[in-house]
Design a protein around this ligand. Structure first.
Ligand SMILES: [Zn+2]
Ligand SMILES: [Zn+2]
Length: 267
């Protein structure tokens, strides 16, 4: 099965309409796709779906589901931020994500830009990235509980701007123990981790989230993964899937076909 379940459109910060994505998926031979618009957050409207757009999005995807039902399976999901209000439209599935660290009442964006991140860590953590990562992974460890997600979004997003370890050392034992704790929590909750190639397609990283050592740890603890490209542009649908599969094979992680999971639940 060829599928993609992490897709953003013009309703939030993606570049295409839902139908353009469907047509590209058909052209690329996909069997199933799921849209996962960013959940509305009232403290930051720059990237998410407005309340109005959420309703339009749901209608649009449902119409497309029907229109293309003989050609491709289409699902209406959500990428639910831990600080977003719960959805009332009954999404087909949920990707649970942490995009902010809440510190002293301030929502610090984790993935907006390197400049913003460095300035915020300096201002709120005295420049200590390990203290920042501690709060980040503390939140990530709770993402299943808070969002009741099916898939854990970009587990180590905190390392987005850290290619070459320019901000902090990812092999430092302080950092490693933080992600161990968060992974233990989420594996215990039985959630699927996405191997997310989005930051590669946008030029931030050369490897997917989560990093290789994390995948080895997931394998060791019998956790499961699937693959997404966190698509914001139809041209990049399914980007670097082959590399992601290679990585999964190499680390011995168990891959699950999320399309099959939804089909088995009659969704
Ligand atoms: Zn995200
Ligand atoms: Zn996303």
């Amino acid at each position: 099965m060829r599928s993609e379940f992490h897709i953003h459109t013009l309703y939030c910060d993606g570049k295409n309409t839902c139908e353009e994505i469907v047509l590209k998926a058909l052209e690329k031979g996909f069997d199933a796709i799921g849209f996962s618009g960013h959940s509305y957050t009232d403290f930051d409207k720059s990237y998410c779906m407005s309340r109005k757009n959420t309703a339009l999005y749901v209608n649009d995807v449902r119409e497309l589901k029907n229109k293309y039902k003989d050609k491709i399976r289409i699902y209406c999901g959500i990428e639910q931020d831990i600080f977003a209000p719960e959805q009332n439209f009954g999404p087909d599935y949920i990707i649970g994500s942490v995009h902010y660290v809440l510190k002293d009442g301030i929502y610090i964006p984790v993935d907006e830009s390197r400049e913003k991140l460095v300035a915020s860590v300096k201002e709120y953590y005295g420049g200590d990235f390990y203290a920042f990562a501690d709060d980040y992974f503390g939140e990530v460890g709770n993402v299943a509980k808070i969002t009741d997600c099916d898939i854990i979004g970009h587990f180590d997003l905190v390392s987005k701007f850290n290619e070459g370890y320019v901000l902090f050392d990812e092999n430092d034992s302080r950092y490693v123990s933080l992600w161990h704790d968060a992974l233990d929590e989420l594996i215990k909750a039985g959630r699927i981790f996405e191997v997310n190639t989005g930051a590669i397609s946008r030029g931030y990283r050369s490897t997917p989230y989560p990093r290789e050592e994390m995948l080895r740890y997931i394998a060791e603890k019998n956790g499961t993964v699937t693959i997404t490209s966190d698509c914001h542009n139809a041209e990049k649908l399914g980007f670097a899937y082959e590399e992601a599969f290679e990585l999964i094979k190499r680390t011995g992680t168990e891959y699950v076909d999320f399309a099959q999971i939804l089909a088995s639940k009659n969704i």
